[in-house]
Every structure is written in structure tokens, then in C-alpha cells.
Design a protein around this ligand. Structure first.
Ligand SMILES: O=C(O)c1ccccc1N[C@@H]1O[C@H](COP(=O)(O)O)[C@@H](O)[C@H]1O
Length: 224
């Protein structure tokens, strides 16, 4: 058992890769903790593939879901410009961004998720320079596309995680495989990030599937 077992109060959940206005409002009724928007032009989920000017307005105060801008190796001035335009609360860095960028974004008041891709092995020492400047690490499946592949990685690799910094799990999470997350209960796994396995088409989420996920998250949190 990992020596850094924590009493995680609740499982947070993030729905990523949103773009369609009605679909976004439908998902918001389920009250996810985070909603992600892909700011990476090569992605099929790049938000500006369609008109998203409605996102230039803030949501009503009753909506607690935080907006996450997902970037891949973007420069800071571009990140800040998008963050201002779309009111991002959180910046998710999905490339090979340095700790200095995380530090700078934290200093400016953003929550920061730094993503690391894992396949069959991972050198967790690589996380140390980032620890002071991120809110969560996010572990995803390593791929040339950087994310959104729908593929899972071997969660057994996480048994080597020895930090107390909480992390989020992603990479091909579905209603079927998500139940195995309980095997990570002894690690500081704070939440899940879902994307392509909950889609009917790129950037369009299946509300019925997400309702089932929301119920599952609620049931886990009620037991904690
Ligand atoms: O979704 C994308 O197209 C994407 C592109 C570039 C970087 C990240 C992207 N999405 C992130 O990928 C993970 C896992 O997604 P999936 O469940 O495997 O489809 C998730 O964190 C998204 O935020």
C-alpha cells in the first residue's frame, strides 16, 4: 500500500472537450466540478471549429462548474488571451510545458493542472520540479495526439506514485472501466476527467451516459 494514503473527501469530475451550446447547458445541469475546452487547433474538439461566442459571457453565479482551458505547448500570452476571452478558471497544460509556466500561471491566480502521458512506465521523479506550482497532476494515456484518444493506460504504473500531491485520472475513461478506480483508493486520486468515451460525435457528449456517471460519482461521494 502507498505510504501517502489520504482521506480524499470527495471525487471531483471533469467533462472535457465541450463546444455545442445546448450540449454544454445540458451537461451543466449535472453539476460537474469542471468543464474543459480544447484550445488546440489540430484536435477535432478545438472549440473554435464552430461559433462559441456564447462562452464569452460568464455563466450565472448559480453555476459552480469551473471552466478549464486545455492547451498543448502554447505560449503564455496566447493562454492568457484565451483565458480572458472565455473566462477560464483553470489552465490544463497537456504538452511538455516547463515548471516556470505553471508557476507564472499560478501567480496570476489560475488553478493549474499539469498533464503527464503514461504508457507502460513512467519516471515519477519528473514531477518534482512541478509540485509547488500545480493544483493537480493529471495522468493521461501517452499519445502523439497529446490526448483525446479514448485509450487507457496501465493504472498499475501509478502504484509507483509516492507524492502527496493529488492527481486526476484520465485516458479513455468509460462507464465500464471507471468502476476499477476504487483500486486506486489508497492513492491520492482526487478525481476523473472524461471525454471521448462519453461522446456521440467529436465534442458532443451523450447526456444519458453522463447522467449515469453523475449518479456513480454521487454514490461514491456519499460513501466517503
Ligand atoms: O480531446 C482532445 O482532443 C485533446 C486534444 C489534445 C490534448 C488533450 C485532449 N483531451 C484530453 O485528453 C484526455 C483524455 O481524453 P480521452 O478520454 O482519452 O478521450 C482528457 O484529459 C482530455 O482533457
Amino acid at each position: 500500500m502507498n505510504k501517502n494514503k489520504q482521506n480524499i473527501e470527495t471525487v471531483s469530475w471533469k467533462v472535457c472537450g465541450m463546444r455545442d451550446q445546448k450540449n454544454i447547458y445540458d451537461v451543466l445541469t449535472l453539476d460537474p466540478d469542471y468543464m474543459g475546452f480544447i484550445i488546440y487547433p489540430p484536435s477535432s474538439r478545438f472549440i473554435e471549429k464552430q461559433d462559441v461566442s456564447f462562452l464569452e459571457e460568464k455563466w450565472p453565479d448559480t453555476v459552480k462548474t469551473k471552466r478549464v482551458g486545455v492547451f498543448v505547448n502554447e505560449d503564455e500570452s496566447t493562454i492568457l488571451a484565451y483565458a480572458k476571452k472565455y473566462h477560464f478558471d483553470v489552465i490544463q497544460l497537456h504538452g511538455t510545458e516547463p515548471p516556470s509556466l505553471c508557476e507564472s500561471l499560478k501567480t496570476k491566480g489560475f488553478e493549474v493542472f499539469k498533464v503527464f502521458g503514461i504508457k507502460d512506465e513512467f519516471n515519477f521523479e519528473a514531477l518534482k520540479p512541478y509540485e509547488a506550482y500545480v493544483d493537480y497532476f493529471l495522468f493521461d494515456t501517452k499519445s502523439p495526439q497529446h490526448g483525446g484518444t479514448g485509450e487507457t493506460f496501465d493504472w498499475g504504473v501509478l502504484e509507483q506514485y509516492s507524492s502527496t500531491k493529488p492527481f486526476l485520472l484520465s485516458g479513455g475513461l468509460s462507464l465500464e472501466n471507471i468502476k476499477n478506480i476504487r483500486k486506486l483508493d489508497h492513492l491520492p486520486c482526487k478525481g476523473i476527467d472524461v471525454n471521448s468515451k462519453f461522446e456521440t460525435s467529436p465534442a458532443f457528449k451523450d447526456i444519458e451516459q453522463l447522467k449515469s456517471l453523475a449518479e456513480w460519482v454521487k454514490s461514491i461521494n456519499n460513501k466517503k
